[in-house]
Design a protein around this ligand. Structure first.
Ligand code: 3HC
Length: 284
């Protein structure tokens, strides 16, 4: 099945990255968010990311204009009516996602595929909220989306082969490498990565080392591109806490308990780069 128009719901960190890579690959994109301000912020993030690529001579100014021209923004979900594929990338709340999926299901054609970029919520459960569970799939991108080469494809119990194949072909179109993962809390990559970051927060909380030394330890000792606490700030502490909560409740295993410091920082509004403060400070 041919995917020409992609709808993206949520203009935050992940949504704007997904919109960018689709538009760069020549697809028409409809980016939807509830607030105009969020859409404006998303478009300036995309603009800045494309400028980085121009500076690296990966793309030309005309490629940039073409990419921007492929993105249409809207605050009304009805704008998704013509989409062949809708990728939900709203905040990591099951209630929010279920409500959006139910609404989108009524707007797009019966043939359209609905995907969720959830980092941890059951794809089977999300699929069941739509009238087309066989055409529902998890497409989990990584941050920053324009740079990270991976997408996890997560089949719900109901996802059919045709949808899985279409999602694989789509991943190729947007120049990502897909891995197929069974639907299980945290899928594959986050099940490994997020508890590692959570453990780094425990190490900080217990006063074993400073944030800088923890990060230096993992960069120089384990060749990670950035340390786990700097990565936490990049991903967003609220997202990490949501993933840990899902792992903890799904496995009912205390090894997945979120670090109290992580929860307290989220309560304080220290969400990482997006709020200007996390384990490090990010002046505006
Ligand atoms: N758009 C375009 N290019 C970008 C970019 C963006 N948004 N962000 C970074 N880049 C490019 C830079 O231009 C630079 O290119 P160059 O090496 O060719 O000059 C390159 O990426 C490196 O960027 P910087 O020099 O600015 O900074 P770093 O060397 O620290 O690299 C990074 C940035 C690529 C983010 C690197 O730190 C990294 O790989 N970090 C780990 C990221 C990671 O693990 N992501 C997964 C998170 S988990 C997740 O998303 C799942 C979710 O569900 C929780």
């Amino acid at each position: 099945m041919q995917i020409n128009t992609v709808g993206v719901i949520g203009a935050g960190t992940m949504g704007n990255g997904i919109a960018q890579i689709c538009a760069s690959a020549g697809l028409k994109v409809v980016l939807v968010d509830i607030a105009d301000a969020a859409l404006d912020r998303a478009m300036s993030t995309i603009d800045a990311s494309l400028d980085k690529l121009i500076r690296k001579e990966s793309i030309t100014d005309s490629d940039k204009q073409q990419t921007l021209g492929n993105i249409h923004t809207a605050t009304d979900l009805q704008a998704l009516a013509g989409a062949d594929l809708v990728i939900e990338a709203a905040s990591e709340s099951e209630q929010v996602k279920l409500s959006l999926i139910r609404q989108v299901d009524e707007i797009v054609s019966a043939e359209a595929i609905i995907a969720s970029n959830t980092s941890s919520i059951s794809i089977t459960r999300l699929a069941a909220a739509s009238s087309r569970p066989q055409r529902f799939i998890g497409m989990h991108f990584f941050n920053p989306v324009p740079v990270m080469a991976l997408v996890e494809l997560i089949r719900g119990l109901q996802t059919d082969d045709r949808t899985h194949e279409a999602a694989r072909a789509f991943a190729e179109t947007v120049h990502k490498t897909a891995i197929s993962v069974r639907n299980h809390a945290g899928f594959a990559a986050n099940r490994i990565l997020v508890p590692m970051i959570n453990e780094a927060v425990f190490v900080l909380q217990e006063g074993i080392a400073s944030a800088e030394d923890i990060d230096m330890g993992m960069r120089l000792g384990c060749s990670h591109p950035i340390g786990p606490l700097a990565l936490a700030d990049l991903i967003g502490l609220d997202t990490l806490l949501a993933v840990m909560d899902v792992l903890y409740t799904s496995f009912n295993d205390s090894k997945y308990r979120p670090a109290p410091l992580l929860r307290e920082m989220v309560e304080a509004g220290y969400l990482g780069r997006k709020s200007g403060r996390g384990f490090y400070r990010y002046p505006a």
